[in-house]
Design a protein around this ligand. Sequence first.
Ligand SMILES: [Zn+2]
Ligand SMILES: [Zn+2]
Length: 258
Amino acid sequence: MKLTILGTGSPLPIPNRAQTGFLLEKDERLLLVDCGSGIYARLQSLNVDWQRLDTVLLTHHHLDHMSDLLTIFTARWLLGYPNITVYGPRGTRSLIRQWMALFPYVEDFVRAQTHEFNANQVAQIAGFEAETMEMRHFVTSLSYKFDRTLVICGDSDPLPALKTFAQGCRLMIHECSYTDAQADQGHTNPTDLGKVLAGSNLEELWLTHFYPEAAAHGDDVVAAVKQYFTGKVCLTQDLQQAKLSTSLNGGRPASAGG
Ligand SMILES: [Zn+2]
Ligand SMILES: [Zn+2]
């Protein structure tokens, strides 16, 4: 699969960082994971095939993860592709329905199907196997494991259960909103994240969702994580990409227990 980090920012503005979004691609299928402000523009800069971009998966219902959703719906409709499927945590169905009802010209023409996830579910989404884990945030927030290879975490405190959830995976993308000095509940600081991943067999940890302080002290953030986590640690930039062979298409042996 191919991963593109579309945005690495947060609700607070930082130059050159859109809000949160990820694009996954495999076998001609596309899956957009989150779409905060700026993600529509990033998709245009990639010259994305809008016809194929028919599935969106949400980690949670904060605006920095979904504010471009109706813009994307509208672009697809005007291009002749009115059908779109949105997956997300509990409440996704009513939220999309209410949001579209505010804009009758969208509601009249866009045909959105919605599906809701709970924790510990496994489903097929746009050709990917996705498994869910509930995080701890101000609203219900889910992490997703794709093809037993890649974990994209919803906003949260760092949770010890992540180490088991990510066992056998190659890459985890986790938020790092704060520096250690700003530590607070509901988001992540680097030392606490390193502690919960100590002893993990993850190959790489990519940090994202920066608030300005964390973005300005990237070297300190990485050093703090590395006190405990021994894999590679990376501060993501917008439009950074990775190619990952997955356990489900013969690239890597399946991990025991998945
Ligand atoms: Zn959030
Ligand atoms: Zn967020």
